[in-house]
Design a protein around this ligand. Structure first.
Ligand SMILES: NC(=O)c1ccc[n+]([C@@H]2O[C@H](COP(=O)([O-])OP(=O)(O)OC[C@H]3O[C@@H](n4cnc5c(N)ncnc54)[C@H](O)[C@@H]3O)[C@@H](O)[C@H]2O)c1
Length: 443
């Protein structure tokens, strides 16, 4: 490990900055970093059934961090992942089901959030208010307003907050985006993104007794209460508006983000969507087939095609993006890139020899490790984040807008300075959400 003294000092400095915020905001708990027992960034991981397990193991593997708490409302997941994280570090993490108790602790520097989407922004804000840094999975909000609240909270509390679009930290992606910026395909004007999977039906749920291993009230947290049904937990909540954000925000976020990065665009002027739930007659509320299109100022456009239940690949890839320019095209995915000239001749390639598992829904691996090291570097050494929350929000917002266009059946005209929908009634109805009483969200 390098330069431990500086790192310890940086943790102290950020903790002191947090304390300053805490004193003005009346949050004395913000002094947590001062009391960290080691010079490592000490993290708690919230939500570990799927993605959270990969994150807990990755944080445990890094020299610069330690997983002290595994937080889940499923007691089986706590036990499983405490053990699996302990395989990668010296200490066995503690288990705790209530995130509010985790955030009271002074020995936690950062919260890692891989709970369902309706928890992302509320848990992030609670963590920053308690003086913690935040690694939050995509999408950073359950609805557009929550992304804005996260940006406001980051500015107010001054903490490091990174969103989990790990391809932003991939060295091949960084390399080809740099080449695009330097003109290798002329002026980039169009990004085409896609995702294909073969998901099965989720059936029709029945109201059932809450399993003994689950605290369902805490699982619902900020979301308005509904009866427990037997086809939601785990994972299938993704397809319900009360908790999830559909395939567009689930998987679309990653490659829409890549396109936005490559084209250098921020908020759209116009959004359309077509598609539907075509495959099964079941409870799934979002769309298994969706084509979203986003226009930007300067004559640029991004499209995303999502097929949750039809696995036909484009260019032999279940997910990826092509970036089209006036003088050529880039094909890029999580394994690397190929650059073509205007006549579609290959002129450059940096692609892994072996293709990654295209249907992997947990997304572990090297890219996530590097993204986490970038987050730790930002906390310890002031490194620039690869997905700071304002950038994460812009990409997630596009996917929310795609869902709103699909739901309303309307073409959305948007304000290119902030992505707000010009249709006032739709803006009012769809920009935010209703919260369970006592869980209202403010920065
Ligand atoms: N970056 C990536 O590549 C990637 C990959 C997969 C998933 N994700 C994201 O990770 C998140 C989790 O997805 P998943 O597929 O693992 O979902 P999941 O339903 O399988 O797991 C969520 C876990 O969170 C727990 N949980 C719910 N409420 C909680 C609370 N209040 N406190 C503590 N734990 C709580 C659940 O019990 C469960 O164990 C999603 O937002 C998803 O979009 C990101």
């Amino acid at each position: 490990m390098k330069d431990l003294g500086n790192r310890r000092q940086f943790l102290k400095t950020t903790a002191l900055a947090g304390m300053g915020v805490g004193l003005t905001g009346g949050k004395l708990s913000a002094i947590s970093g001062l009391n960290a027992p080691s010079n490592k960034v000490v993290v708690a991981v919230m939500g570990v059934a799927g993605r959270g397990r990969a994150l807990a193991e990755s944080f445990a593997r890094q020299d610069g961090s330690e997983v002290a708490i595994i937080c889940d409302v499923d007691e089986r997941a706590i036990e499983r992942v405490s053990k699996s994280a302990a395989n990668h570090q010296d200490k066995m993490p503690m288990g705790e089901k209530d995130i509010r108790k985790v955030l009271e602790r002074d020995d936690i520097d950062a919260l890692v959030i891989a709970a369902p989407d309706h928890w992302h922004a509320p848990a992030s804000v609670m963590a920053m208010q308690a003086g913690k840094h935040v690694y939050v999975e995509k999408p950073c909000g359950h609805n557009p307003r929550e992304g804005e609240i996260l940006i406001e909270a980051q500015q107010k509390y001054g903490k490091v907050i990174q969103m989990g679009t790990q391809q932003r930290s991939d060295h091949r992606s960084i390399e080809v985006i740099q080449m695009i910026k330097e003109g290798i395909i002329g002026e980039p004007y169009y990004g085409k993104a896609w995702y294909a999977n073969t998901r099965g039906s989720i059936g029709k749920g029945k109201v059932a007794e809450i399993p003994s291993w689950l605290d369902y009230d805490l699982w619902q947290g900020p979301a308005p209460r509904v009866d427990y049904t037997d086809n939601i937990i785990h994972y299938n909540w993704h397809w319900f508006w009360n908790w999830g954000t559909g395939e567009s925000c689930n998987n679309g976020t990653h490659e829409v983000d890549v396109c936005r990065w490559a084209l250098g665009v921020d908020y759209p002027t116009r959004v359309t969507s077509s598609g539907g739930r075509f495959h099964y007659d079941d409870d799934w509320e979002f769309y298994d087939t969706q084509v979203m299109s986003f226009d930007f100022e300067g004559g640029k456009n991004i499209t995303w095609e999502g097929r949750s239940c039809n696995g036909l690949q484009f260019y032999n890839r279940g997910r990826g993006a092509t970036i089209h320019g006036t003088e050529g095209t880039v094909l890029m995915d999580r394994d690397g890139y190929i650059v073509y000239d205007h006549d579609s001749n290959e002129i450059k390639r940096n692609m892994k020899d072996e293709q990654s598992d295209q249907l992997n829904t947990v997304g572990g691996g090297g890219m996530t490790d590097v993204h986490i090291r970038n987050f730790l570097g930002a906390i310890r050494d002031g490194e620039s984040l690869n997905t700071p929350i304002d950038e994460g929000h812009k990409s997630v917002l596009l996917c929310h807008l795609g869902n709103i266009a699909q739901y309303s059946g309307k073409t959305l005209e948007c304000d290119p300075s902030n992505g707000h929908i010009k249709d006032a009634a739709l803006m009012k109805k769809m920009w935010g959400r209703k919260y369970e009483k006592g869980w209202e969200l403010k920065a």
